[in-house]
Design a protein around this ligand. Structure first.
Ligand code: AMP
Length: 218
């Protein structure tokens, strides 16, 4: 099963993708996570990407598309994957189509995670992530048992540098301008499956599973 997950920053697409990854043994490819790992390790890609990420802007396609192409060629992707954070623009979606055509593959469904803007702002400002395993928490909605310590692996739990109010505003604007048109792009291909993640993530996952079943993907 090959999936794309789309949703505004803070919509819970990362968390939903993690649930689906575990349940269906998919490779979880988060371009944001790959960039953050590169920034942490001080690679040339990380150094270049950081200047865009810190502003809430998109990293140029020339860097992003190549990075995804390399990742998709790895062995763990053969069993299926969920793309989280890519594509983010129509140009990236077209580049993905070309990549997949080359290997005779296709995307089975595009999951669209829907959440109200007000809820998003609350979620993003309270979001904390584990530096070690990437688990996501929220000071208001899902606090760690011990402040600053990951419940899962004991790693340091911190606020992402781009989760401050100003950058979030820029990221939301970027999302509506560049990423929202992707919903229409994939709707025309009949690939969209919607999940409402405004209240309960279990409900969102059930809606997605029902949508995947109705398309014969599950
Ligand atoms: P995320 O963790 O998905 O919210 O991504 C964090 C940041 O990484 C974004 O605000 C962008 O600056 C950058 N980024 C992640 N995925 C992409 C992409 N597909 N294209 C361009 N920039 C990206």
């Amino acid at each position: 099963m090959k999936l794309i997950i789309l949703g505004a920053p803070g919509s819970g697409k990362g968390t939903t993708a993690t649930v689906l990854r575990e349940k269906y043994s998919l490779a979880h490819i988060s371009t944001g996570d790959i960039f953050r790992a590169n920034i942490k390790n001080g690679t040339p890609l990380g150094v270049e990407a950081k200047s865009y990420i810190d502003k809430g802007a998109l990293v140029p396609d020339s860097l992003t598309v190549k990075m995804v192409q390399d990742r998709l060629s790895q062995d763990d992707c053969k069993k299926g994957y969920i793309l989280d954070g890519f594509p983010r623009t129509i140009a990236q979606a077209k580049a993905l189509d070309e990549m997949l055509e080359g290997s005779g593959e296709k995307i089975d469904a595009v999951l669209s995670i829907v959440v109200d803007d007000e809820i998003i702002k609350d979620r993003v400002s309270g979001r904390r992530v584990c530096e070690k395993c990437g688990a996501s928490f929220n000071v208001k909605f899902k606090p760690t048992a011990v402040e600053g310590v990951c419940d899962l692996c004991g790693g340091n739990v911190v606020q992402r540098a781009d989760d401050n109010e100003e950058t979030v505003k820029a990221r939301l604007e970027t999302y509506y301008k560049n990423t929202q048109p992707l919903i229409d792009f994939y709707n025309e291909k009949g690939l969209i499956v919607e999940g409402d993640n405004g209240k309960d993530s279990d409900i969102c996952v059930s809606q997605i599973e029902a949508g995947l079943k109705s398309k014969g993907v599950l």
